[in-house]
Design a protein around this ligand. Structure first.
Ligand code: AMP
Ligand code: GLY
Length: 466
């Protein structure tokens, strides 16, 4: 009888080709069952990272998450690790010693610095593009070259390294014109100039005065595109790419999109101008050719490809590529996701194909309003006590996501950055989601609180017209 039992068991374990892959998979599953909850490391400390952690916990509540370094809000969901995103060697040591099964990187700088290559060398699973692929964000000059070779629609431009030549080119092209530091400049390196004098001053400040350090020694001078901005993020294995729901960021500090540019004062999804036909065009004319060009140059792009687009008379043009999730777009996108992000992360981290992935989204809307510190994006004070009414947590249509917050020595929640919190409202359409988001924004108190009350206004105007 035992002989028959073993014969049946072995038969079940062997594949049709008898090479034992199934046996190996079963053995791995048994070992995993015995090794406790999955351990994930999320690198970063902003609202985007809090949202990623919130999403991973929502999908798999028993996951053990570590946040490096996290913020005052991630503490409820993840253990804080006192490491900064740029400490990539130390992060690899941590992942190794704690047997982290998946690392997810929020900000661009460690990706551009090669955190993925380092983790790969050490046999650690990580989601994100390699150093050479992340150059798509790390160097705007490189991104422009790839777009040119792949025939991807983008603003006309010239890449320059000599200041006198740059000035001549600006005067020749006229205004409005956009001056961009080629390297990473914490989202502040693009200046849209309405006059030639402003453009020349911007180029001088970057190239001569080194206002962005080495990031501005090469500049990209771009034609100014006029239209509506749109963000579409794709999860990609380097070959296949799947869009998340399109969203729209609000970069300027003031209502009606006025004043200085910030890291983003709010975002919403869905955006009705981004219908299936438009997303299809972005996939076919922008994302697929870019990924193919990257593969052709042996820079396979795996991870999130963020397409910052300008829609001009209905046609999409790339204004920037990022190599990571957007902030605050992620805060508006993920609450609407109804399928698994973790599956996609794991497949990409293992070098597996994403073929057949289908991200499903709720038919509702999400609006994220950012609560900032008075003075941001200029100077601001920190350490202001934050009061978040407990009732907000009971409302299923409100999510409070932290960015620049921390717990002080007494355990009180205090402000610790320019962008402090992101409050997401959910609703059946953008205007009801925006109303929920504003309700939460008004209910939260801290000294010097500032927020834009008009997040989603373009969509709400469209709703009103239809
Ligand atoms: P970037 O850092 O490239 O995303 O640019 C920051 C912001 O500058 C964008 O979100 C746009 O609002 C604006 N911008 C960048 N490039 C252009 C362009 N070619 N034409 C018009 N606006 C632009
Ligand atoms: N929201 C703009 C960015 O993440 O770059």
């Amino acid at each position: 009888m035992w002989r028959t039992f073993w014969r049946i068991l072995i038969g079940l374990c062997l594949d049709d080709d008898g090479d034992g892959d199934r046996l190996l998979a079963i053995a791995i599953a048994i070992v995993k069952m015995g090794s406790g909850p999955m351990r994930i490391l999320v690198v970063g400390s902003g609202g985007r990272e809090h949202t990623l952690i919130w999403q991973l916990k929502r999908e798999q509540p028993d996951t053990q998450i570590y946040a490096a370094p996290g913020n005052g809000g991630t503490k409820a969901l993840a253990e804080s690790v006192p490491l900064k995103p740029n400490e990539i060697e130390e992060l690899a040591d941590f992942a190794d010693s704690r047997e982290i099964e998946l690392t997810v990187v929020g900000p661009e700088a460690p990706l551009v610095d090669g955190i993925v290559d380092l983790f790969d060398e050490r046999g650690l699973k990580i989601f994100g593009p390699s150093k050479t692929a992340a150059e798509l964000e790390g160097s705007k000059a490189f991104a422009k070259t790839i777009m040119e070779k792949a025939d991807v629609p983008t603003a006309g431009h010239r890449t320059l390294t000599d200041y006198e030549e740059t000035e001549r080119y600006i005067r020749e092209r006229g205004a409005p014109i956009v001056i961009k530091a080629s390297g990473l400049a914490a989202g502040k390196g693009a200046i849209v100039c309405q006059t030639v004098d402003d453009a020349v001053a911007a180029a001088r400040s970057m190239m001569v005065d080194k206002s962005f350090g080495d990031a501005g020694t090469t500049v990209v001078v771009e034609d100014c595109l006029v239209g509506e901005e749109l963000s579409i993020l794709y999860l990609t294995d380097g070959e296949h790419a799947f869009p998340l729901i399109p969203s729209q960021d609000h970069k300027p500090i003031g209502e009606g999109d006025t004043g200085l540019n910030t890291g983003g004062m709010g975002a919403y999804a869905p955006v009705s101008i981004a219908d299936d036909a438009l997303v299809g065009r972005v996939t076919d004319a922008i994302v697929m050719p870019t990924l193919a060009q990257m593969r052709g140059e042996d820079r396979i792009f795996r991870g999130v490809l963020y397409c910052g687009l300008m829609i001009v008379d209905g046609d999409p043009y790339v204004i920037e590529f990022n190599c990571r999730f957007g902030d605050p777009e992620t805060q508006a996108i993920l609450p609407l996701l109804e399928s698994s992000l973790l599956d996609a992360f794991q497949k990409v981290a293992r070098g597996e194909s994403l073929a057949g992935t289908d991200f499903r989204f709720s038919r509702r809307a999400a609006v994220c309003t950012v609560l900032a510190s008075k003075g941001y994006p200029g100077k601001y004070e920190k350490g202001k006590v934050i009061n978040v009414p407990e009732s907000l947590a009971d409302d299923p249509d409100m999510i409070v996501l932290h960015a620049g917050t921390r717990r002080d020595t007494e355990g009180k929640l205090v402000t610790d950055g320019g962008r402090v919190l992101g409050v997401v409202g959910l609703g059946d359409d953008v205007s009801s989601a925006a109303a929920k988001s504003r309700e939460a924004a008004n209910a939260i108190k801290f000294s010097g609180k500032y927020f834009r009350g008009d997040i989603g206004y373009r969509e709400i105007e469209r709703q009103g017209r239809s």
